[in-house]
Design a binder for this molecule. Structure first.
Ligand code: ADP
Length: 246
């Protein structure tokens, strides 16, 4: 496979190859690879325990693979020192986890303002203002002063998506963001995630067990026993999958 495309436009924003990672001697990833273009939404599917989260965490610079590499733009994520990797995560990436991961003690607007302050610094008042712009965009403006414990699961996940997008990351990593939701709430979260990605050209890497969720991604990559493979079996017109939609 050609990993040195001729022009930088063809070059994926995020590219991982030959990833291997073991826990206590047991391989979780072996020879996994994944490429994500700017603005592309990639679903990661596969059985429980197959290595999806490990792959996501290696891509996002949370875990360092034992072997192989993860490249983000010109940087080799897996070789960056810890401080540089956490800076990269804070500034360039956004995260949505299955149960939202909101800070219980903070109000909803403060939860969204937090990554903004961490990524861009600036004033609390300006970050709260920006947080409220995002709440409005996600039709959540009535919830600004509530605490996460006072929201429904669907609301909390939409807040988590707003929080992940607010500092305008280049890539959002979502680990089963709809897994704890009924299908209507899951649909709202997915729509929020994909629309925000489309309007900002953000790439999304999304772990899901749900075929309906995967069907809304540009591409699906399956992970089985720590190995990846492209899954375009049920995607007619797959030649267009790498097209970046704006
Ligand atoms: P998935 O996301 O597909 O369910 P994971 O990537 O979470 O799979 O896990 C892959 C394998 O690695 C599993 O066998 C899991 O038990 C193991 N694993 C994942 N994270 C750890 C960890 N921090 N410590 C030990 N084993 C782990």
């Amino acid at each position: 496979m050609n990993i040195s495309p001729s022009s930088s436009e063809d070059r994926p924003l995020l590219h991982a190859q030959k990833l291997a990672k073991s826990f206590n001697g047991t391989p979780a990833l072996r020879d996994a690879e994944l490429s994500v273009a700017a603005g592309e939404i990639v679903a990661v599917a596969g059985p429980s325990g197959s290595g999806k989260s490990t792959l996501l965490h290696c891509l996002a610079g949370i875990l360092v693979p034992d072997d192989g590499f993860v490249r983000y733009g010109d940087r080799e994520v897996s070789r960056l020192p810890d401080v540089a990797r956490s800076k990269l995560r804070r500034n360039e990436f956004g995260f949505v986890f299955q149960f939202g991961g909101l800070v219980a003690e903070l109000s909803i607007e403060e939860n969204i303002a937090l990554p903004l302050l961490l990524a861009h610094g600036g004033r609390r008042r300006a970050a709260l203002h920006e947080a409220n712009v995002w709440l409005e965009r996600f039709a959540l403006d009535g919830l600004a002063r509530r605490r996460p414990g006072e929201l429904s699961g669907g609301e909390a996940q939409r807040v988590a998506v707003a929080r992940a997008m607010a500092h305008r990351p280049r890539v959002v990593f979502a680990d089963e963001p709809t897994g704890a939701l009924d299908s209507a709430a899951g649909d709202i979260v997915l729509t929020a995630l994909t629309e925000a990605a489309r309007t900002q050209g953000t790439s999304v890497v999304l772990i899901t067990h749900d075929a309906r969720v995967a069907a809304r991604a540009d591409r699906t990559v399956r992970v089985e026993d720590g190995r990846t493979r492209e899954d375009d079996a049920d995607m007619p017109g797959s030649a267009d999958h790498r097209t970046v939609r704006k």
